[in-house]
Design a protein around this ligand. Structure first.
Ligand code: HEC
Ligand code: HEC
Ligand code: HEC
Ligand code: HEC
Ligand code: HEC
Ligand code: HEC
Ligand code: HEC
Ligand code: HEC
Ligand code: HEC
Length: 428
């Protein structure tokens, strides 16, 4: 057996041994780890035992429900005596069994613990204890108090036997799942008929810049329904609060808007801050054409030939100037890069110029041509400097190339001359 074959056999043997050890290890670990997990997850009392044995676990039951995991058994919510294996004794009203709550009883049913600060502190000090109070102020809560059982109650949003914290991706109230939880009712035209509320919120949201970021990019920094409507105080934000809601995340847009003359006019006329130009559920990616006097402008709906109209025109022109200066410089930068010349400084200037453009677009919310102009002028200056540098680099490249060409011709002539000279000398 040659050296290489011996080594190959050796290698195969070690792989086989490793696999065998792994298999044995798995066989030893596997059955015990699974059953240990199941025992750890479900409280070991008579309620669970009997219901499991008789296979009368409620619909939607999952063993990882947060209450069962923390030892709060069936009896925690339903009452009764969890130590008795007798059906009647365990589930007797004398033992505190409350049975199945009706929808209007659910708030108090959950609130027994969730509104009890002392009790909750013993388990999970971080979570608030105001859900029931908050819920009562919401459109849903008011509806339920008035006897409307079609509104969302605790169980509609959280389920009853598969409750998980919002941080768990399996939870019905996890950021990525909330829109689907609301959709069940709010996109069902038949269910919602009679309320006079639109049923297109989910559809529009899913196509919006926020929905795409949330669903497609899993960007939980983008709002789900509850980020704008609240978790338990779910009601549409009123005129005053809409810009507060958007401003939680778009801080500068809100600050500029609030300080503008338009804000005063909007308030006086009852216009809805951000919503008037961006909508609510269908917020789209923005473009420069949304300002100005063109077809896609948001300004011309309210302004025609007045001071606002002129302001819109000037703001649009400022933005156009910066965009074209930036783009021209960018074309030259690409050329510098292609030629393998140094474009670091140019790239840096262009980055700064682009920052000015981003800031100018936010400054549109001052509706002040001067403020936007200040920012774009700075950006144009940076783009121009970048352009000059790029042109210089390209010219230097051409100069060098010409120089190289000349040098090549010169050297060729020299070689030919030398060659001729050598032959001349040889001939002698
Ligand atoms: C020995 C078996 C057994 C034990 C122990 C037991 N249950 Fe039950 N439970 C049943 C059976 C059987 C039913 C269905 C009977 C029926 O529909 O009336 C039931 C029904 C229920 C229901 C639904 C009642 C309804 O009105 O629909 C709830 C809630 C419930 N059990 C909770 C509990 C809780 C909490 C405990 C522990 C304190 C418990 N059970 C202990 C057998 C048991
Ligand atoms: C977090 C509180 C909570 C816990 C814990 C809980 N339940 Fe319930 N259960 C409810 C609520 C609320 C309802 C009524 C709403 C509904 O129908 O979903 C209900 C309804 C039921 C029903 C009748 C409806 C159905 O789906 O069959 C049964 C049976 C039941 N529970 C059994 C159990 C058993 C058994 C356990 C323990 C394994 C348990 N529950 C643990 C809150 C709870
Ligand atoms: C027996 C008391 C009790 C009842 C009744 C109860 N809960 Fe809880 N709940 C708790 C405790 C304690 C926790 C914290 C568990 C833990 O340590 O993670 C909790 C956790 C939760 C959480 C997760 C909170 C988080 O962010 O970690 C939600 C959601 C929740 N409960 C909803 C409900 C709903 C809805 C009901 C009514 C159907 C209900 N609970 C009934 C005691 C209760
Ligand atoms: C319209 C849907 C909806 C309803 C109705 C609702 N919740 Fe919630 N709840 C949520 C959402 C969404 C969150 C998670 C928020 C987050 O991302 O942290 C939440 C979070 C919670 C939490 C975790 C602590 C907290 O406050 O963030 C508890 C506990 C809770 N809800 C209990 C309840 C109880 C009890 C009821 C009934 C009075 C109820 N919820 C009704 C949507 C709802
Ligand atoms: C179980 C069905 C159901 C679920 C789930 C539900 N809702 Fe509702 N919601 C309703 C009904 C029904 C109304 C109408 C109440 C009324 O006008 O009296 C309503 C009203 C509202 C309103 C007030 C509309 C208005 O103009 O008065 C808002 C906002 C709202 N829901 C948001 C949400 C959000 C956000 C979620 C998810 C976190 C959600 N809802 C989940 C049934 C539901
Ligand atoms: C970016 C913030 C935002 C998000 C995300 C959002 N909403 Fe809204 N929603 C609003 C605003 C603003 C209003 C309008 C309030 C007004 O005009 O008084 C509104 C209104 C509503 C209404 C009242 C009826 C209507 O259409 O005017 C319902 C119901 C509603 N939203 C449900 C939802 C649901 C369900 C989702 C998730 C699929 C959702 N919203 C996501 C901001 C938001
Ligand atoms: C929870 C935070 C949050 C809230 C609340 C919020 N947004 Fe956003 N918004 C974002 C994020 C994150 C993005 C970027 C999404 C992406 O990746 O494209 C965004 C994107 C946008 C854009 C597109 C920006 C662009 O570059 O074209 C507009 C316009 C916008 N939001 C307006 C609003 C309005 C109007 C509201 C209130 C009705 C609102 N937002 C509420 C986080 C939020
Ligand atoms: C009068 C119309 C109008 C109102 C009101 C308005 N916007 Fe805008 N918004 C615009 C226009 C026009 C643009 C596009 C600017 C551009 O790209 O040149 C824009 C762009 C944006 C952008 C993307 C650019 C950036 O700043 O990142 C966001 C985010 C945004 N708006 C949020 C808001 C928020 C939040 C509010 C409420 C405080 C609001 N807008 C109010 C017209 C408006
Ligand atoms: C929903 C209607 C509405 C929209 C959309 C709107 N405006 Fe206005 N704007 C007003 C009202 C109302 C006033 C105050 C009345 C007035 O002074 O002409 C005003 C005032 C102004 C003013 C102050 C004028 C002055 O006399 O000092 C400027 C500037 C302005 N708007 C610019 C814009 C620009 C730019 C846009 C588009 C990005 C825009 N507006 C979009 C309603 C609107």
């Amino acid at each position: 057996m040659g050296f290489y074959e011996a080594e190959k056999t050796h290698r195969v043997l070690s792989i086989v041994t490793a696999i065998a050890i792994l298999v044995v290890f798995q066989l030893l670990m596997w059955p015990s780890s699974v059953s240990a997990e199941q025992e750890a997850e479900l409280p070991d009392d008579q309620c669970v035992r009997c219901h499991q044995e008789m296979e009368i676990l409620p619909e939607g039951f999952v063993p990882h429900d947060v209450h069962l995991q923390d030892g709060l058994s069936c009896a925690g919510c339903h009452g009764g005596d969890p130590t008795s294996d007798d059906e009647d004794a365990a589930m007797s009203p004398e033992a505190g069994f409350v049975g199945v709550p009706s929808k209007s009883e659910t708030s108090a049913f959950c609130g027994k613990c969730h509104s009890d600060i002392e009790f909750m502190r013993g388990y999970l000090p971080r979570i608030p204890t105001d859900q029931i109070a908050q819920y009562a102020t919401s459109g849903h809560g008011k509806g339920l108090a008035a006897g409307d059982v079609k509104v969302a109650g605790c169980v509609d949003c959280h389920t009853s036997h598969g409750i998980l914290p919002a941080s768990d991706s399996r939870s019905s109230v996890h950021a990525l799942n909330v829109p689907h939880t609301c959709k069940r009712c709010h996109s069902d035209a038949e269910y919602m008929s009679g309320y006079g509320i639109r049923t297109d919120q989910f559809e529009k949201f899913a196509e919006s810049v926020h929905g795409v970021a949330l669903f497609e990019n899993q960007d939980t920094g983008s709002p789900a329904c509850n980020d704008c409507h609240g978790n338990h105080g779910a009601s549409p934000p009123q005129v005053e609060s809409i810009r507060q809601v958007c401003g939680h995340c778009h801080v500068n847009n809100m600050l500029y808007f609030n300080a503008s003359t338009m804000a005063v006019a909007f308030k006086a006329n009852g216009f809805h801050a951000c919503e008037e130009c961006h909508g609510n559920h269908g917020v789209k990616k923005t473009t420069d054409d949304m300002v100005g006097v063109g077809e896609e402008s948001t300004c011309v709906g309210c302004h025609d030939g007045d001071a606002g109209y002129r302001a819109a025109e000037v703001i649009r022109e400022h933005l156009r100037e910066l965009v074209s200066a930036y783009e021209e410089a960018e074309v030259w930068r690409t050329e510098v890069h292609r030629k393998g010349m140094d474009d670091v400084e140019i790239g840096f200037l262009l980055q700064e110029s682009h920052q000015n453009l981003i800031k100018a677009r936010t400054l549109v919310h001052t509706f002040d041509p001067e403020k936007v102009g200040e920012m774009t002028t700075g950006g144009v200056a940076k783009a121009r400097t970048a352009l000059e540098l790029a042109v210089e680099q390209v010219e230097e490249y051409d100069f060098r190339r010409r120089g190289f060409g000349l040098a090549t011709i010169f050297i060729t002539i020299l070689i030919v001359a030398l060659f001729l000279r050598i032959r001349q000398m040889e001939a002698k």
